[in-house]
Design a protein around this ligand. Structure first.
Ligand code: Z5A
Length: 209
């Protein structure tokens, strides 16, 4: 069986970290050889670009700077980690990928979606995730969940920003059949059960096709 590319997406507070664990547990139980990685990041250099992007600078960070940092990190991640793993037949579980760029920089920062699409095609070529588990949650619920933790430069954005981010994800979900939208406003155990079920179904489809 060839490698498969699984991504998880969602706004902060959607429970992404918790549910990436569930996907990985399910793959392990199925005996699948996989790597777990994240964006921005995934290589030492890309992690440095992530730090630069999330750091609370004393100067305003231009939206275009933010966009290019994300794609610079992605180019490095793709060539050093994601493409080699897929070529070796491994599965890749990635915490966020380009759908996050459309949601945060495209819809959140209101940058030109056509320019994002050009960068996407330049950096990734034809490569797209095989399945994207999108954890959808109301921004007000998400805000309550992360209220106690220390916030990075993105997390301190206002509610309107996160409303647009959610609209962006839902627009991507309508456009791409690989999306599985999961109601992450439900209790954690229910969300985890659904993530497990979707992962099992995807493994079955991969094994039969
Ligand atoms: N970013 C970008 O702008 N452009 C891009 O192209 C990419 C990324 C790739 C870092 O991402 C930032 O980069 C992110 C988008 C931007 N910024 N923001 N904002 P990240 O993935 O590292 O950051 P994060 O969204 O903060 O991730 P996280 O911590 O992994 O996510 P989380 O959804 O908050 O997960 P959690 O820690 O599992 O859950 C939060 C809390 O909620 C925790 O206490 C859980 O126990 C609780 N929880 C989770 N699910 C539930 C349910 N169902 N019920 C009740 N409580 C729950």
């Amino acid at each position: 069986m060839s490698g498969r590319f699984i991504t998880l997406e969602g706004s902060e507070g959607a429970g992404k970290s918790t549910n990436v664990d569930i996907v990985c547990e399910t793959l392990t139980e199925a005996g699948i050889d996989f790597i777990r990685t994240r964006e921005p990041g995934g290589t030492p250099m890309a992690e440095t670009l992530r730090d630069a992007m999330l750091h609370k600078w004393d100067e305003d960070v231009d939206g275009i700077t933010e966009l290019l940092l994300v794609f610079a990190a992605r180019a490095q991640h793709l060539s050093h980690v994601i493409r080699p793993a897929l070529a070796a037949g491994q599965w890749v579980v990635c915490d966020r990928f380009t759908d996050a760029t459309f949601a945060y920089q495209g819809y959140g920062r209101e940058l030109d979606l056509n320019k994002l699409a050009v960068l996407e095609s330049w950096v990734q070529g034809q490569l797209q995730p095989d399945i994207t588990l999108y954890l959808d949650v109301d921004p007000d619920i998400a805000e309550q969940r992360i209220a106690a933790r220390e916030k990075d430069r993105m997390e301190v954005e206002q509610r309107d920003f996160f409303v647009r981010v959610r609209q962006g994800y839902l627009a991507r979900a309508r456009e791409h059949q690989r999306f599985e939208v999961i109601n992450a406003g439900n209790p954690l155990l229910e969300v985890q059960a659904e993530v497990r079920q979707k992962t099992v179904q995807f493994i079955r489809r991969a094994r039969s096709g």
